[in-house]
Design a protein around this ligand. Structure first.
Ligand code: UDP
Length: 252
């Protein structure tokens, strides 16, 4: 893949994307909670791409606040049940979604926040056809509440929504360049893969997304690009067809 620029104006390849942002993008590295500096950085990247005419659905995680699995070991009397903790994690994504919505709208870009867990005071309920209409009208659609069901992560929500909203690609924003043979933060000699086939990922047992989400993408041939979102302009380059990280698809 290569980027095509036409007289300085990027030539856009993607029509509709699903951007998956993990909760850790909502705060500086190794911190928790929400930092509006981080959120404003996310918003600026998103708005730049929205202004190019790309339709954007965003699924964000909640790991900067809470992940359900962290309560697994403490299950028992007097502690939070795991299912409850997963619902708390889903609510964390709504908190992130509200912050992202304000940051994007501060840049004069219309948005809609839709939640899989109904929360009428702050969001619209997620309805597929309504989400499609918002996308067609150029609104950035922020999809909160994950899938609305416990025991999965927002990767599954990203795969599910990308498929039902007929997105061209899932752009999975991470803190590293893409997919490596091992965790590059633990092994600096890990091999980086610019392209992988769905079967390569399964065969090599590489971790791209949670397994349920990945299986869904593989089964329905939904391409995934894993890329570093902290680097400015990566999102713009990705929607212009440049491989800024690792592409995973059905090509050999
Ligand atoms: N979650 C859930 N169902 C969903 C999506 C999320 O139960 O459909 C819960 C789950 O506990 C998860 C937490 O919400 O750990 C936060 O999401 P995630 O771990 O995906 O956040 P990220 O790691 O991307 O920040």
């Amino acid at each position: 893949m290569s980027t095509e620029h036409d007289g300085g104006k990027p030539s856009v390849k993607a029509r509709r994307i699903l951007l998956k942002i993990s909760g850790e993008s909502f705060c500086p590295p190794h911190e928790r909670g929400i930092s509006m500096n981080s959120v404003n950085h996310l918003a600026a990247q998103i708005v730049k791409v929205a202004k190019l005419g790309v339709q954007i659905a965003v699924v964000m995680g909640g790991g900067n606040i809470l992940r359900g699995a962290q309560f697994k070991a403490t299950n028992g009397a007097g502690s939070i049940q795991e299912a409850t903790a997963h619902y708390m994690g889903m609510l964390a994504t709504v908190i992130n979604g509200l912050a992202l919505q304000d940051a994007i709208e501060a840049l004069s870009q219309p948005t809609r926040l839709m939640s899989a867990i109904q929360m009428d005071a702050v969001s619209e309920p997620y309805l597929r056809r309504r989400a499609q209409r918002h996308l067609e009208k150029g609104r950035v659609v922020i999809l909160a509440g994950g899938t609305g069901s416990p025991f999965v992560t927002t990767d599954t929500a990203a795969a599910q929504r990308a498929l039902e909203l007929d997105c061209d690609v899932i752009l999975k924003a991470t803190k590293v360049r893409g997919v490596y043979s091992e965790d590059p933060e633990k092994n600096p000699n890990a091999t980086f893969f610019p392209h992988l086939n769905f079967n390569d990922v399964i065969g090599r047992q590489l971790r791209v997304m949670d397994s349920e989400a990945f299986a869904k993408c593989a089964e329905h041939n939904m391409p995934i690009m894993v890329f570093n979102f902290r680097e400015d302009d990566n999102l713009e380059r990705a929607v212009c067809g440049e491989n800024v990280g690792t592409i995973i698809d059905s090509n050999p």
